[in-house]
Design a protein around this ligand. Structure first.
Ligand code: SF4
Length: 414
């Protein structure tokens, strides 16, 4: 196991000796957990921009993986206090798992963990993998939100990204999900794809709106190190859109989606209110359709991580599960972990500020003011002077110009 930094802190040293997530939880005193992330590390093939941990795997390791994951859930469960308000099962491509394996996994989650009655339970899906059989299994197992990796409705852009689905798969996946009883559906979209024009991005947004999602996540394409797309960029085989175009696409996203009735609540995330949504029909769909799971991340809540490469956080201690399926399958109990890091109070405040400022409403002054030291006060004053931050009577938040530069502004407050 690696340790992220040399630390004279005996608690940090003791935490770093924990070699799996169960041992770490014991050392942390089995605290209350509000969210759970489960990583399913299988994909059909690797998309060219992706650096998430996933392996292109035939079905022959799915059964072993699911058995090991259930073993991990059962090992962790006596150490967890709830109620757990959200579960997010991401990947990879979770919807690649066979329905019978999903049944086993969902059964284990429900029986082992203290779940809240009104839990938000999200599964990530690739459009081409959604079937009515699988949707029925997910709904029977309590899943009430689907997050679909649409990314683009333009076949040429999907080809550039090396996504293998057809745009028509998105509408069909949504139809099957709704028929099974899932009304709350997010679409992920990517802008600033090579050669994309502003007009093409507007068409993408219109195509997405035509499907009436309750939630949209719109991110600029990032060129992660060592991905095939980055290699192509470095070889001059694709052209990156200009910074001006990327900014214009971001502004268009905000203006176009808010004009269509969506509320902008985080830098890249939008939701449409329940009562204004024609496709929300099933009783029990929660009224607030913001992603509760991601809100808990942004607010710095405690969340647990299951399966290889999943990151977790408890009371300022962060870790990551080892991103290696073989290693995971050869162990039992908690998942092997690495990079355990305890943030000191100042670093934790910087990180919380960075995450909370991503929310459009900003950071509550009643939370922030007692925590600020003179140095951060000065940095906030300077960013306010430059027109990047502003105070409302109750919050500190990014201005519209600050939003365009959100990543660099929040970094200045770390
Ligand atoms: S489907 Fe998702 S996780 Fe899998 S390679 Fe593509 S982007 Fe990455």
């Amino acid at each position: 196991m690696n340790q992220s930094s040399d630390s004279p802190n005996p608690l940090q040293d003791s935490l770093s000796q924990a070699c799996d997530s169960a041992a770490l939880l014991k050392k942390l005193g089995c605290p209350a957990i509000r969210a759970v992330y489960v990583h399913i590390p299988f994909c059909f093939h690797k998309c060219h921009y992706c650096d998430f941990y996933s392996i292109v795997d035939s079905k022959n390791r799915q059964t072993a993986f699911t058995g090991r994951l259930i073993d991990e859930i059962r090992a962790i469960s006596p150490l967890v206090h709830g109620p757990i308000e959200t579960i997010f099962i991401g990947g990879g491509t979770p919807t690649l798992l066979e329905p019978n394996l999903w049944q086993q996994l969902l059964h284990a989650l429900h029986h082992a963990l203290p779940l809240a009655d009104d839990i938000e339970f999200t599964v990530e899906a690739n459009p081409e993998t959604v079937t009515s059989e699988l949707m029925d299994v997910l709904v029977a197992g309590g899943v009430n939100r689907l997050s679909i990796g649409a990314q683009s409705f333009d076949p040429r852009k999907l080809k550039t990204l090396e996504r293998w689905h057809d745009p028509v798969n998105v509408g069909e996946a949504m139809r099957l999900a709704r028929a099974a009883g899932i009304d709350n559906i997010n679409l992920d979209l990517i802008h600033s794809v090579p050669d994309q024009t502003l007009e093409q991005w507007r068409e993408e947004l219109d195509a997405a709106l035509g499907h009436q999602p309750t939630h949209l996540s719109c991110y600029a394409l990032t060129y992660e190190p060592n991905t095939p797309l980055t290699v192509k960029l470095q070889a001059g085989q694709v052209d990156r859109v200009s910074e001006e175009t990327e900014t214009a696409m971001f502004e268009l996203t905000i203006d176009h989606l808010t004009a269509a009735g969506f509320e902008h609540y985080e830098v890249s995330n939008f939701f449409r209110r329940h009562e204004a949504h024609p496709e929300v029909r099933h009783e029990g769909t929660k009224a607030d359709l913001r992603c509760a799971h991601n809100l808990l991340y942004w607010l710095g809540a405690n969340w647990l991580a299951f399966a290889p490469s999943a990151p977790g956080h408890i009371d300022g201690v962060r870790w990551k599960n080892v991103p290696h399926l073989g290693n995971y399958l050869n162990t039992s109990g908690g998942a092997p972990i690495l990079d355990v890091e305890r943030l000191d109070d100042d670093a934790r405040l910087g990180e919380q500020l960075m995450m909370r400022l991503r929310l459009i409403e900003g950071v509550e002054l009643t939370w922030l003011s007692p925590r600020l030291n003179a140095e951060r006060e000065a940095r906030i004053a300077e960013l306010t002077e430059r027109g990047l931050l502003e105070r409302t009577p109750t919050h500190l938040r990014l201005t519209r110009r600050g939003l365009m530069l959100a990543d660099s502004v929040v970094m200045e407050l770390l």
